[in-house]
Design a protein around this ligand. Structure first.
Ligand SMILES: Cc1cc2nc3c(=O)[nH]c(=O)nc-3n(C[C@H](O)[C@H](O)[C@H](O)COP(=O)(O)OP(=O)(O)OC[C@H]3O[C@@H](n4cnc5c(N)ncnc54)[C@H](O)[C@@H]3O)c2cc1C
Length: 317
């Protein structure tokens, strides 16, 4: 193998990609991780819900992961894969080219935020999406849920688990009469009208503006449209689901032989620990595929000197 050729190329070095690379490095595969350095949860100061790592800064988890990988000889390249050719050759933004027998794509998603002043500045601190990740830290406080799609009502009913003081802002998804009854029954107030800004003072969210109206809140929960970073998968011709997400089996195998995918890029709902588990599962399946190929190659190289071939040549069974 040359310096630029690998058994496995892992595209994306978040929780899913690093976890996959750990499995593959420990399986004594020659592995490269190419990472663009922009994980989805980077705006958050703390990561929650990861057993044994609860409350750790997200960047710290990745730093520990990279240190563990170094012990197994995994190459980590801070770069961007711009194109993958079948077979596989990866073209990097730096101009470097890598070849690999298998590819595992763990490139994540980004959250498409509504163009409301103050939302981007609040994102990851006091405007968040996942109550399991951030609800406990704002428990029993005045919370808001932004209506952006019909499912936002369910989001509000979920967030109610963390505080008795929840306001549903109808915004672009005003609730139906039936939904108003459900929200009302759970003590969730509905504020109709378009949200015009998130007001921030001294670096913190203080409330929600609807024109002249102001509703004090310490945190806003928002369902976002997630955009998968799946260009390289689509470029290879991977099949997609009815929801237009790259299709994978339970172990992360795509429709294209030799290509696996894990984490948010194929499952936007996966939290960090789930993305890491998906990466590990895909790595195990991928390694089995490599073992099968190694055996095929070894049998071919054996040149007919197997007991079965010798018996066949002698006319016996
Ligand atoms: C604000 C916020 C807070 C969150 N907080 C929590 C929390 O507390 N707990 C929790 O469990 N979950 C949390 N999440 C969810 C968490 O972000 C995801 O579960 C996790 O990031 C998924 O990991 P991943 O490896 O699939 O993708 P990512 O972590 O997004 O990593 C993908 C990596 O691939 C790289 N990449 C993309 N394209 C390329 C390319 N072409 N070439 C090379 N590299 C590329 C990116 O730069 C990135 O580094 C939060 C999400 C958000 C939005």
């Amino acid at each position: 193998m040359t310096e630029n050729s690998y058994d496995v190329l892992v595209v994306g070095g978040g929780a899913a990609g690093l976890s996959a690379a750990l499995m593959l490095g420990r399986a004594r595969r020659r592995v490269a991780v190419v990472d663009g350095g922009a994980p989805r949860n980077a705006p958050a100061s703390h990561m929650h819900g990861f057993l044994s790592r609860d409350g750790l800064p997200p960047s710290e988890l990745l730093k520990i992961g990279r240190e563990e990988l170094a012990g197994y000889g995994v190459d980590i390249l801070e770069d961007q894969v711009t194109r993958l050719d079948p077979g596989f050759t990866a073209h990097l933004a730096s101009g470097r080219e890598l070849t690999a027998r298998r590819v595992l794509v763990a490139t994540g998603v980004h959250d498409d935020l509504a163009a409301i002043p103050g939302l981007r500045e609040s994102w990851g601190t006091d405007a968040v999406t996942c109550p399991y990740c951030h609800g406990y830290e704002v428990r029993d406080q005045p919370l808001g849920v932004l209506g952006t799609e019909p499912a936002s009502v369910e989001h509000a009913l979920l967030v109610r688990q963390w505080s008795p003081d929840v306001v549903y802002f109808g915004h672009t998804a005003p609730p139906s009469e039936e939904d108003r009854e459900r929200l009302d029954a759970r003590g969730i107030r509905v504020v109709d009208g378009l949200v015009t800004a998130l007001r921030r003072e001294n670096g913190r969210l203080t409330g929600i503006e609807l024109g002249e109206r102001f509703v004090p809140r310490v945190a806003l929960f928002v369902r976002t449209r997630t955009v998968p970073h799946d260009d390289v998968l689509r470029g290879l011709g991977c099949a997609v689901t009815d929801e237009d997400v790259v299709a994978v089996d339970a172990m992360g195998k795509t429709s294209v032989p030799g290509v696996w995918a894990a984490g948010n890029v194929v499952d936007a709902r996966a939290t960090v620990i789930i993305a890491a588990a998906q990466g590990a599962a895909a790595a195990g399946a991928l390694n089995h595929d490599l073992v099968a190929e190694d055996v095929r190659r070894a049998v071919d190289a054996f040149g007919g000197f197997s007991p079965a071939a010798e018996r066949a040549a002698a006319g016996t069974r």
